[in-house]
Design a protein around this ligand. Sequence first.
Ligand SMILES: *[C@@H]1O[C@H](CO)[C@@H](O)[C@H](O)[C@H]1NC(C)=O
Ligand SMILES: *[C@@H]1O[C@H](CO)[C@@H](O)[C@H](O)[C@H]1NC(C)=O
Length: 297
Amino acid sequence: MTMTMTTILLTVTVLVVVTSKVTSLPMGEVRDLTYNLGNTTVFWPGQPPYNFTILHRGYLQQNSQIWVEFNAVGMGEHGGTHIDSPAHFVKGRWRTHQIPASHLTGPGIVLDVSSKVKDDALYAVTREDFRQWEEEHGTIPDRAVVLVKFGWGERYPDPKRVFNTEHPEDPSTYRFPGLGRDAINWLVENRKLTALGVETASPDVSNASDFPAHTILLGNDVLILEYVANLDTLPPRGFHVIIGVIKLEDGSGGPARILAISGAEAAGGYHVPNAVVMVVVAMMAAVSVGGRGGVCF
Ligand SMILES: *[C@@H]1O[C@H](CO)[C@@H](O)[C@H](O)[C@H]1NC(C)=O
Ligand SMILES: *[C@@H]1O[C@H](CO)[C@@H](O)[C@H](O)[C@H]1NC(C)=O
C-alpha cells in the first residue's frame, strides 16, 4: 500500500513537472541577455559603426613561444545591447560614470506583448497590460528591471527586420512597437523601477516624435536598455538582472553585458521553482500517507 501510494505520487509528480510550461529558471542559472558586439552590430543611422582593428596577432618576438593579441575598438555609444544614461535625453542628469552601482541591478520581470505586436507592428504598451501582468504575477517589485517582450529578438541583427523597413537608412520609414505615454506615466508614478528594457532600438514606438518613454523614464532616473537579447528564455519573474555597462566617463550610455540570474535569494526570497515545491509536497504526502514506510522510496 505504502509503496503503491508512493509510486503513484512520484509518477504524478514526474508527469506534472515534465508537462508543465517552464515558468522558472533552475536555481543559480545565468542567462545572457546580450548580443555579440561585432561587424553586424546594429546602430541608428549616423552613429559611428563598430570599428574593430587588429593591432597585433603574433609571437611576442622572433623565437618567442609567447603568443600575443591586442586590438583597438571604436564605436558610437548607442549600438547593439546597450543602455541609455539619464543624460542621454535629460539635461543635467546622470552620465554613465555617475550611475550608482546599486542602480545597475534589480529583480527582473518580463511583460510579454508579442501576441499583440503580431497584429500591430506599431503597438504601444498600455497601463492595462501592466495591470493584467500584476493580476497574474503579483505587484511589480521595488527596484524592478522591467523587460518588455515584443517577440522582436529573432529579427536581430538584420537592419531591415529590426527597423521593419526597406530603408534602414531613413528613420521616418521605421515601424516598430514601444510603450505608450499612459503606461510610462503609470510606471514612474506607481512603481519603483531601476531600468526598463526592450528588444528593439527604442522603448518609444517608432512613430512617437515626442519620445515619452525616453524623456519620462530618463527624467526619473530609470535607465533604458535597448536591444536586450534572449527574452524568450526568461520566466515572467523570479530572477535578478545585472546591467554591466562599461563605466564610460561622461558617457550618455554605453555597451552593456546584461545578465539574468535565477534563484530565490536573488529574487528577494519571492520565488521558489515549481518543481521544487512539487517534489517537497509529494514527499510530505508520501510520508504522511505511508507513515514510517513513507521513507522507503
Ligand atoms: C570585421 O570587419 C573588419 C574590417 O572590415 C575585418 O578586418 C574583420 O575581419 C571583420 N571581422 C569579422 C569577424 O568578420
Ligand atoms: C578604426 O580604428 C582604427 C584604430 O584606432 C583607426 O586607425 C581607423 O581610422 C578607424 N577607422 C574608421 C573608419 O574610423
